[in-house]
Ligand binder design. Structure first.
Ligand code: TRP
Length: 466
């Protein structure tokens, strides 16, 4: 045991007491933080529009299956690695690999996860800025009388204004890093304690409003009546990819949150609750959005513009539209902020533990680099929109690189590490699944089904399946 802790201290670059690692004050706080990470633009912006594009109910069913087979096993695995290793993703994997007598190279999975989170945050902060910009616009009545064309023009005008995008993106980064800089208890916990309940209350209010539109039943039917004729092979792959994104997997977020999880908490049960909450929010977001879309005779399959172009038209027409629209974008901004926090924490933990620098220094260092990198995303919507790499703008390239390449690869590596490099007893002990048959099933899924599922998505994104 003492050898282990020396090894842990060595690979992490410094002893954990020197870097003042935090711990969540309770299992409940971990649940709030992990749910805050999972619930974000993915649930409120992406899930409704990909469901719309892929025909509704049948797609939802496939998505739920993907959460079950890939999402939940990987989520449990990541939280477990974090808690066993009690360090940033690289340090934690290094410790576990060393204990298991596995290759030292596994730790690179952790380094890649940290980098993935860092890169995602550089553009996630810009998109989160759109929500911050739209909240006051909605509340002040800027959407009154919008039609399809003028709404598209309004969105286009925002994207065309680099100063506006820089301003709001910077605000998101300042808020995120300000909170993260205060540490696990003082920063993360204190802010999550009011942001998460606020988010749920807003969501329920919006669903409540949606029931008054007279088109709620239509939305329920759209989301839950499975018509498999509308499902293509492509839809299945979209569902798989989204399962990754929505649970914040393969980016260090869940590992680092797991590393602050008190001992004795059942990882299996808590992860299941997080996945349930995340899925619940996505479905509720659908129930808040689609009734408005149908009530105003708009198109559910409008794609990425569903939230920023289609919904404002609805807000501009309906009773109490200013209030409801304002609340909607505030909710979106909160959801994005709690995710942004989780995207920055792996980098902060990694920098401060690996290079033994103070947390504040780590925040400043990553803040400056993140800000500079985010300028690339901002400019790709306007001044640099013509400048492309392999036919993609800077933003599209970063999105593609992280979501389609680094995340599947990192996720695959992580399940292989756990399923094939660690011993069965270690994993069983760490997870806290006491029922032997249940664990047997989980182990089988983790070693075979999950990696195969990820491999299929990955090969598809590389274009090998056409
Ligand atoms: N899960 C968040 C969402 O649904 C986004 C997110 C947070 C994320 N952390 C992540 C996505 C890490 C990928 C990787 O919006």
């Amino acid at each position: 045991m003492s050898q282990d802790s020396i090894a842990a201290a060595n690979v992490a670059g410094a002893s954990s007491s020197a870097t003042g690692r935090g711990l969540w004050s309770s299992r409940w706080m971990f649940f709030l933080a992990a749910t805050g990470s999972a619930v974000g633009l993915g649930n409120i912006w992406k899930f409704p529009y990909i469901t719309g594009e892929n025909g509704g109910g049948a797609f939802v069913l496939v998505y739920l299956a993907c959460i079950l087979v890939i999402g939940i096993p990987l989520l449990m695995t990541e939280v477990m690695i974090g808690r066993r290793g009690r360090a940033n993703p690289e340090g934690a994997i290094a410790t576990l690999a060393k204990r298991a007598g596995a290759s030292r190279h596994w730790r690179k999975l952790g380094t890649m996860a940290v980098l993935t989170g860092f890169l995602i945050l550089s553009f996630y902060s810009v998109v989160a800025g759109w929500a911050l910009a739209y909240a006051p616009a909605a509340a002040m009545g800027s959407f009154a009388g919008l039609d399809g064309e003028s709404s598209g023009a309004l969105f286009g005008a925002m994207l065309g204004d680099p100063w506006k995008l820089i301003g709001y993106g910077t605000l998101v980064l300042l808020l995120t890093l300000g909170i993260v800089g205060l540490g696990v208890r003082e920063g993360l916990e204190r802010s999550l304690r009011f942001m998460m309940p606020g988010l749920f209350v807003l969501l329920l209010v919006l669903v409540g409003y949606a029931t008054t539109t007279g088109h709620f039943g239509e939305a329920v039917h759209f989301l839950f009546a499975a018509d498999f004729s509308k499902l293509s092979a492509q839809s299945v792959l979209v569902a798989l990819g989204h399962a990754f994104f929505t649970l914040s997997l393969a980016s260090g977020a869940m590992m680092v949150y797991g590393s602050y999880l008190p001992a004795g908490t059942s990882i299996a049960r808590t992860s299941l609750m997080v996945a349930l909450a995340d899925t619940g929010v996505a479905l509720l977001a659908g129930l808040a959005i689609f009734p408005l879309v149908f009530a105003n005779g708009l198109e559910p399959g409008a794609g990425p513009g569903l939230i920023f172009v289609t919904l404002p038209i609805a807000f501009g027409q309906m009773p109490f539209g200013q209030l409801v629209g304002g609340l909607f974008f505030i909710m979106l901004a909160i959801a994005a902020l709690t995710s942004a926090i989780s995207l920055s924490e792996p980098t902060i933990a990694w920098l401060s533990e690996k290079f033994a620098i103070g947390r504040l220094k780590a925040v400043l260092l990553s803040g400056i680099t993140l800000w500079l990198l985010s300028l690339g995303t901002v400019l790709s919507f306007n001044l640099w929109s013509e400048f492309t790499l392999f036919g993609k703008t800077f933003f599209d390239s970063l999105d593609y690189l992280t979501t389609n390449l680094m995340m599947p690869l990192g996720g695959l590596g992580t399940v292989l590490f756990t399923g094939w490099a660690l011993s069965r007893t270690t994993v069983q002990e760490a997870l806290g699944i006491n029922h032997p048959q249940l664990f047997k099933l989980w182990w089988l899924v983790l070693r075979w089904l999950t990696p195969l599922g990820i491999l299929v998505v990955f090969l598809h994104t590389l274009g090998l399946f056409g």
